[in-house]
Design a protein around this ligand. Structure first.
Ligand code: MLT
Length: 389
C-alpha cells in the first residue's frame, strides 16, 4: 500500500490563469458545496436549515455542531452582550460621501470598527464582529438614506429583530421584514471555502492582519458584480422585463443574450443544478409575496431563462443561483434600493468568513494555523538575464 499522498488535482499549464477554478488549496469544516445538491452547513443540507433561528445557525458555523437548547440560550445572551458600536464609528459614517456605494461604506465601516474594537483574539474579534455588524449596517442604511439618527441596538431582541429595529425602515412592516430576512440571512451565511470573498478574507488573515481588516478585504471581493453585487443587478434585470407573460419574457431573454448581456441570477462556478438557496427563496416568495408584480416576473424568468440558456452549448449551468430572486424578495418587503442588497448579503456572509478565519488561524494544522498564503505564479517568457550596463 503506497503511502504517497493521494493526487487530488492535476495542475496542467492549460489550467493556469483560470482563477484557481477547481484547485484544491485547503480544507473547510463549516460548509461544503456539492455541484448537484448545493450547500451544506457542517453536513446539514441548507433545505433543513433555512427556517431555523439565525443565532442557532451562527452557533452551528462557529462551533460546527448544533446547540442544545441551553447552549443556544447562552450563545444568544453571549452575542447580545457583545452588541454596541463605538459612537465614533457612527459619527464617522455621517461624514461619508453619499455618492459612495453602500458596500464602500461597509468596507470603510469595518476598518473603523476594527480601529475601535479589536482585541487581538481571533475568536473574540470574530464574535464581536458578528454581534456588531448588524448595528453598523443598519447605521449605514439610516445615515446614507437620511432616515434619521442611527438607532442603538436593543439587546433584548433577537439578532434579526434587532437589525430590523435598528433599520427602522420608513413605512416598513417590521414583523414581515424580520420573517423574510431571517431566511435570507441563514441562506447567505456560508458557501464553502473557496467563494471569492471567503478566500480573500482567509488570505488576508493569513498575514495576521486582524479579523476586521481581513473582513474589509473580503467585503471588497463581495462588492464585485461577478460575486455578491450580482443580486443588485438581478433586480435591475427583473425590473426591465416588460411583463410576466412567458412569451414576452422569452423574447426579452433572447434579446438580452443577442445584445451580449448577462442574464444575472443564472449559472454558478461550482453548481450544476438549481441552487437550493434559490429554490427556498422562490417558495418563500410564494408564501410571503405571491402577488408582488416583480416576484411574478421572477417566477416566469426561473422557467423561461433555464429553457433558453439550456439551448446554448457553452452554458454549463443554466439554472438559478442564490441571487436570482433575492432582490425581488427584498424589494417586496420594503427594501427597495438594490444598491443595499450586497450589504445584506455581506451581513450574513461575515459570519461564515469569520468562522473560517478563526478555523484557519487557531484550529488547523494542530492549532499552529495555516501559513501565510503564498501561491506560485509561473514566470512566463522571462528567462533569468543580466541587465547590460
Ligand atoms: C456564494 O454564495 O458565495 C456565491 O454562490 C458564489 C460562490 O459560491 O462562489
Amino acid at each position: 500500500m503506497s503511502d504517497a499522498p493521494k493526487v487530488l488535482f492535476e495542475i496542467t499549464a492549460d489550467k493556469l490563469n483560470t482563477g484557481l477554478r477547481g484547485f484544491p488549496v485547503g480544507t473547510c469544516r463549516t460548509s461544503a458545496v456539492d455541484p448537484e445538491l448545493g450547500v451544506t452547513y457542517v453536513g446539514y443540507p441548507i433545505e433543513d436549515l433555512a427556517h431555523r433561528e439565525p443565532e442557532e445557525m451562527v452557533y452551528l458555523l462557529v462551533h460546527r455542531a448544533l446547540p442544545t437548547p441551553e447552549e443556544l440560550s447562552a450563545f444568544k445572551a453571549n452575542l447580545a452582550a457583545r452588541r454596541g458600536v463605538d459612537p465614533k464609528v457612527m459619527a464617522f459614517l455621517k461624514g461619508m460621501p453619499k455618492e459612495g456605494h453602500p458596500m464602500e461604506w461597509l468596507i470603510a465601516g469595518l476598518v473603523l470598527l476594527g480601529m475601535t474594537s479589536k482585541t487581538g483574539s481571533w475568536s473574540e474579534d470574530a464574535l464581536n464582529l458578528i454581534a456588531r455588524s448588524p448595528e453598523l449596517i443598519a447605521g449605514i442604511f439610516r445615515v446614507r438614506e437620511g432616515w434619521g439618527e442611527p438607532i442603538p441596538s436593543d439587546p433584548s431582541l433577537s439578532l434579526i429583530d434587532d437589525f430590523v429595529h435598528m433599520l427602522g425602515v420608513p413605512g416598513g412592516d417590521p414583523a414581515r421584514l424580520s420573517k423574510m430576512l431571517s431566511v435570507f440571512y441563514v441562506l447567505h451565511l456560508d458557501h464553502g471555502g473557496g467563494n471569492l470573498s471567503t478566500f480573500v478574507g482567509k488570505a488576508v488573515a493569513s498575514s495576521h492582519a486582524d479579523v476586521y481588516a481581513s473582513m474589509a478585504a473580503a467585503m471588497a471581493g463581495l462588492y464585485g458584480p461577478l460575486h455578491g453585487r450580482a443580486n443588485q443587478d438581478c433586480l435591475a434585470l427583473v425590473q426591465r422585463v416588460p411583463s410576466d407573460d412567458p412569451a414576452e419574457v422569452e423574447a426579452f431573454v433572447r434579446a438580452e443574450l443577442a445584445r451580449g448581456e448577462k442574464i444575472y441570477g443564472f449559472g454558478h462556478a461550482v453548481l450544476r443544478a438549481e441552487d437550493p438557496r434559490a429554490r427556498i427563496q422562490y417558495a418563500l416568495g410564494a408564501e410571503l409575496c405571491p402577488d408582488d408584480p416583480l416576484f411574478k416576473v421572477a417566477v416566469v424568468l426561473r422557467k423561461v431563462a433555464v429553457g433558453v440558456l439550456s439551448s446554448i452549448d457553452k452554458v454549463s449551468n443554466p439554472y438559478p443561483n442564490v441571487d436570482a430572486v433575492s432582490g425581488t424578495l427584498l424589494n417586496a418587503h420594503g427594501l427597495t434600493d438594490p444598491e443595499y442588497y450586497t450589504v445584506l448579503f455581506g451581513l450574513a456572509r461575515i459570519v461564515g468568513i469569520a468562522a473560517q478565519i478563526v478555523e484557519e488561524r487557531v484550529a488547523f494544522r494542530g492549532g499552529k494555523g495555516v501559513p501565510i498564503y503564498r501561491p506560485k505564479f509561473v514566470a512566463e517568457s522571462q528567462p533569468p538575464r543580466r541587465l547590460q550596463s
